[in-house]
Ligand binder design. Structure first.
Ligand code: NAD
Length: 373
């Protein structure tokens, strides 16, 4: 299969980044969104990202111009007719995605592959909205798409094996590390990441720590590039709430119910950086969050880390993903300095298991218990 023309539907945080990834790799790209304003926003997202790369000396102005010349934009799905692959990056709402896939099915040539960048929704449900479920797949990029080197390729029971392998090859040609997995809510990275982010907001809601204490704890004690509240603002709190709803519907665990602190911010229109404010206000340039309270930082760092490591151990034990894919996912998809299994190796499995038991006992939450031996 050859991929000369790529379509992208939805030109927000992810869609514009995915346009850039493919245009940088030499593909012709067509970007489509639902209104003139959304198309203009997508065009300007791409232009800003390329200007930043030129300012940092990562691209020359000529290269940026060449990349821009490979991209066309519009509102009409018929512009996607000749695409070999179309990737949908519209909001994380199943009814919207199934509507878009049914329109794509009608507009894109019969041999075209349709992919969704969904973070958590059922790729199977999305594929079922088309007459070509064998050619529908999940292709989950990470934010920012041009920077993060990990992509999850999600197949369903309908997927054609050749479609899956050609998407994996295409992903590799973009310089990404690919993990090939089946269709489960949140896949590898978001299942782990969103539970960690939700845990942080549950701690915040309980009044045990401030957002600055939590963000400082994870930055300073685990060298994460940003803390959980900063990351929620970067991803988009609305998107995170939607992902958690899907995960919660699957697990029915209280720890996966979207925390009130997130839901309330979204209800007030504070979705994070993209709306100008979320946990933090982005009207002015922010200082890196910090806090002098060492005891609180140690406590929240311990609790967030141990619960997360326990989830990684449990995921690997189910056979859904390998230790290597989980480590790659958390490092290359989220920019964490170490994979969870590297951390477990460093601090020792027995120490992690005792800390899990202590956390479960102290909080009364059985889901934090270590797996039976
Ligand atoms: P976003 O809100 O920034 O962008 C959504 C885009 O979809 C906008 O351009 C909007 O105009 C467009 N859109 C809305 N309705 C549409 C329609 N009917 N037809 C075509 N376009 C439409 O959202 P985002 O953060 O880019 O997320 C998009 C998808 O990518 C979601 O499924 C999300 O879960 C997933 N994702 C997000 C992240 C992240 O960090 N934000 C990371 C990986 C995957």
């Amino acid at each position: 299969m050859s991929f000369s023309q790529i379509g992208v539907v939805g030109l927000g945080i992810m869609g514009a980044g995915i346009v850039e990834v493919f245009a940088r790799a030499g593909h012709q790209v067509v970007g489509v969104a639902e209104s003139e304003a959304a198309v203009d926003a997508g065009r300007s997202n791409l232009a800003k990202s390329l200007s930043r790369a030129v300012a940092k000396g990562k691209l020359t102005q000529d290269q940026a111009d060449e990349i821009t010349s490979r991209v066309s934009f519009g509102e009409d799905f018929d512009l996607l007719a000749n695409c070999d692959l179309v990737i949908e990056a519209a909001p994380e709402i199943l009814s919207l995605k199934t509507e878009i896939f049914s329109k794509l099915d009608a507009a894109v040539k019969p041999t075209g592959i349709l992919a969704t960048n969904t973070s958590s929704l059922s790729v199977t449900d999305i594929a079922n909205a088309t007459s070509r479920p064998a050619q529908v797949i999940g292709m989950h990029f990470f934010n920012p798409a041009p920077v993060q080197k990990f992509v999850e390729v999600i197949s369903t029971a309908h997927s054609d094996a050749q479609v899956v392998s050609s998407i994996v090859e295409l992903g590799k040609s973009l310089g990404k590390h690919l993990a090939q997995i089946t269709d489960q809510p949140g896949f590898i990275v978001n299942k782990l990441l969103l539970r960690y982010l939700n845990h942080a907001v549950q701690i915040l809601d309980s009044g045990q720590a401030t957002k600055e204490q939590m963000d400082a704890a994870m930055r300073e004690l685990s060298n994460y590039p940003m803390g959980p509240c900063e990351l929620l603002d970067l991803i988009g709190i609305d998107t995170c709430v939607e992902i958690l709803k899907t995960i919660h519907a699957d697990t029915q665990l209280e720890i996966d119910r979207p925390a009130d602190g997130m839901v309330n911010l979204v209800s007030a229109g504070n979705k994070g950086r993209k709306s100008g404010s979320g946990f933090y206000d982005y009207a002015e340039k922010l200082d890196v969050p910090t806090d002098a309270n060492v005891d609180i930082k140690n406590q929240v760092h311990n609790d967030l880390l141990i619960a997360y490591l326990g989830d990684c151990i449990a995921m690997e034990a189910t056979g859904y993903a390998t230790k290597a894919d989980i480590d790659f996912g958390m490092k290359l998809g989220c920019g964490l300095p170490e994979g969870p299994f590297e951390v477990i190796e460093r601090i020792g499995l027995d120490a992690v298991r005792s800390a899990q038991a202590e956390l479960a006992q102290r909080t009364g939450i059985a889901a934090y218990q270590p797996l039976p031996l």
